[in-house]
Design a binder for this molecule. Structure first.
Ligand code: NI
Length: 139
């Protein structure tokens, strides 16, 4: 019998099961929510969370003292304002805000993005306030 990567994965890690395991479809998940600035967890990677978020308008200036924060734009256009200048992300582009760097995302059109950051990161960082969101799982 031929063995391939899937066979190996099935026997070694038990991740593949009869009937198959579905891929996580980002477009499908983006169709399941509308609210802005409220990240949804779609996967975990060790101690990290992979999240989807829709944004429109301006967020709040804040800093994450303990972690970098990755933004990957899926649709729309995201401007990450930094005190040293703006980073503008088009679909397919990403930027990592280094830990301790103050930033304020802004979107003039509705924008969908993926976020990758450690579990438990608060979206408003040190700023807090009404835009602070509790991350909900989405599947
Ligand atoms: Ni942030």
């Amino acid at each position: 019998m031929q063995r391939d990567c899937r066979d190996g994965a099935r026997s070694d890690r038990g991740r593949w099961q009869a009937g198959g395991v579905n891929a996580i479809n980002i477009a499908s998940l983006l169709g399941k929510f509308d609210e802005h600035w409220s990240p949804k967890k779609i996967a975990e990677l060790n101690d990290y969370e992979i999240k989807l978020v829709k944004v429109l308008g301006e967020f709040v200036w804040h800093t994450h003292e303990d972690t970098d924060e990755l933004f990957l734009v899926i649709s729309g256009r995201l401007t990450i304002q930094l005190r040293d200048g703006d980073v503008v992300l088009e679909p397919g582009e990403l930027y990592v805000v280094p830990r301790g760097v103050e930033h304020c995302p802004r979107a003039e059109v509705e924008t969908a993005a993926m976020l990758i950051e450690p579990r438990g990161v608060v979206n408003t960082g040190d700023a807090g306030g009404p835009l602070t969101a509790v991350v909900q799982p989405l599947s």
